[in-house]
Design a protein around this ligand. Structure first.
Ligand code: EPU
Length: 427
């Protein structure tokens, strides 16, 4: 078990390189199953969710070869097992993408009910709606979801709710189906487009990703490819907010500035200077932070995954901010931790009202989930004194080298092993 020790209050300065997008990587890795060939996937973030996905592929029978820290060759030619090991699939939410990919190639898949961050109820009814519309049958037995079909047929699907996971799973299961599939009311996140681009490189025929309607013409077979994953907009946004919180000057490199527009717009409204370049953005904060009203929404709205990070920033703004969480039922679990640091934040259901304070104080903190954890790290970087952040495994699911990247920006942060309590000593 590890924790982070953070001596905060130092403005961050310098440049940080953004890794590949977690939420694209965890769908593109299962997608390699559909290639039934050799894929080289570049710009994979070195995070635990990617390691779990690679381990699942290997357990299913793929040959997985490390080329360098962020590039793997995955040969799924001889992959034949369709049951994802229970203990692996429970480690991350995105294991549900193995359902779509295995169903698409073999007409069969068994995956345990997915794990991941606890953000309230996380149903997968829209994923199953897509599979059944394509002609599959599903059942849940002893915590395992089974999907089966003798032949998948293209169909018109209108999603009841905009879901990133259901959109991507429907694409995975439809690319090899017979005929045309039309997906309506789909998610438009950059990682949806990235998955479509990668599948097209493997021979799929997908049009319209990034709009409300995706059209897929089923193909008979697909093939291997080389593909480089897009930069992680949420990781980029996290470092942009860290610059604002600490009153620093940070250039965030290897990004697609267009993907960051909802974030850039809000940072400017909060009083930060944001300069955009071809593949980087520079964020500076010299004056006071202004309060904001934020409502999280599907892309291109403000991303829910940055809501906890912005909340930290708004705790230091001059005035009252209101954050409405429009995606998840339970994404304010970090508010109590921020209150321990002296923040004035009141949560009522899906709404948080934040009254800005002059400064936050160091405190012992516990990461309840991935983004809440990253938010607490940023809060600790902005608070004078020594904070400890516990349960950091949540954070390392999604942020490559977060400690080293903050150190390179001048932060005083280190990762230490937490001593395991010895029962005899404790007595
Ligand atoms: N929903 C349903 N039925 C479904 C699927 C979703 O009602 O079948 C609802 C959810 O309960 C939620 C909303 O639709 O209220 C949106 O859920 P979505 O399916 O879009 O979320 P997801 O695919 O499970 C992904 C990211 C999350 C991110 C959301 C929203 C991955 C692995 N996870 O989750 O990322 O918050 O999209 O953008 O891609 C994170 O990275 O920290 C994270 C939680």
């Amino acid at each position: 078990m590890e924790k982070y020790i953070i001596n905060g209050g130092i403005p961050l300065h310098g440049e940080v390189e953004i890794s590949g997008a977690k939420n694209a990587a965890v769908a593109i890795l299962p997608a390699t199953i559909l290639a039934a060939g050799k894929c080289v996937i570049e710009n994979l973030p070195a995070i635990s969710d990617v390691m779990v996905s690679l381990q699942i592929l290997s357990e299913l029978g793929a040959r997985v070869r490390l080329i360098n820290k962020n590039t793997y060759e995955i040969d799924t030619t001889y992959l034949s097992c369709t049951e994802v090991p229970n203990e692996l699939s429970r480690q991350m939410r995105a294991s549900y993408y193995f359902l779509g990919a295995l169903l698409g190639r073999f007409g069969n898949a068994q995956v345990a009910m997915p794990g991941g961050c606890n953000l309230g109820p996380r149903p997968i009814d829209q994923h199953l709606k897509a599979f059944t519309a394509l002609g599959a049958e599903d059942s849940v037995e002893y915590g395992m979801i089974n999907v089966h079909s003798d032949s998948l047929k293209g169909v018109h699907i209108f999603f009841d709710t905009v879901s990133v996971g259901a959109t991507m799973n429907a694409m995975l299961s439809a690319v090899l189906a017979e005929g045309q599939t039309v997906l309506e009311n789909v998610a438009k996140e950059p990682h949806v487009v990235d998955l479509a681009n990668c599948l097209n490189m493997m021979g799929a025929e997908i049009r319209g990703a990034g709009t409300d309607v995706i059209r897929i013409r089923g193909v008979k077979s697909m093939h291997g490819c080389e593909y480089s994953i897009i930069p992680d907009q949420i990781e980029a946004g996290s470092y942009m907010v860290a610059a604002a919180v600490t009153g620093g000057d940070v250039t965030v490199r290897n990004v697609i500035p267009k993907h960051l527009e909802p974030i850039t717009a809000k940072l400017r409204l909060a009083g930060c200077e944001v300069e955009e370049f071809d593949e980087s953005v520079r964020v500076r904060r010299t004056g006071d932070l202004h309060p904001l009203k934020i409502k999280t929404m599907p892309h291109p709205g403000f991303p829910t995954d940055l809501q906890p990070l912005f909340a930290v920033m708004l705790c230091l703004a001059k005035g009252t901010s209101i954050i409405t969480e429009g995606i998840w039922e339970n994404r304010f679990r970090y508010a109590d931790e921020l209150a321990h640091m002296g923040a004035n934040i009141q949560v009522d259901g899906q709404v948080a009202v934040i009254e800005g304070v002059d400064s936050l104080q160091a405190a012992p903190l516990r990461a309840s989930d991935l983004r809440a954890g990253a938010a607490l790290v940023v809060a600790a970087l902005g608070a004078k004194g020594i904070s400890e952040v516990d349960e950091t495994s949540h954070i390392e699911r999604g942020y490559e080298n977060i400690v080293e990247k903050f150190q390179a920006l001048g932060a005083d942060i280190k990762r230490v092993d937490k001593p395991v309590l010895n029962v005899n000593q404790a007595m």
